[in-house]
Design a protein around this ligand. Sequence first.
Ligand SMILES: [Zn+2]
Length: 125
Amino acid sequence: MSLCALRLETKQGLYHNRFNFLVGLLMEKVMNTTLGKEGLNKTWQAKFPETTKCCRCKGESRIGFVAHEGMDDDDRPEYPRDHIQFVTDLHENKGEGGYWPHDCVAVAVYFCRECLNPTALYNQG
Ligand SMILES: [Zn+2]
């Protein structure tokens, strides 16, 4: 499966809500993070690129960090699956109109050279 792009919405509120959600996950130590280019290999699929297009202005965005889950021995799936451990546990994937990751995710966060807004790419196991 190819790398999927999570293009944050251009509406200011939604944009910040999603970014704050990601930051919240990191601050609660739910996900592991790797800074800079070292994080590009922390992926469930193809290696993340060093740069990507800004979701706002199409400028060049450089890698900031990669947040990843489920890759280390200390965050293997816990059974029974009756609690929230991973992003996938937050909502049910209901298909079109209700999409949600079905497995552990890796999220690469980039910052734009032109406008400094974040853009995120993600993939899942
Ligand atoms: Zn930009």
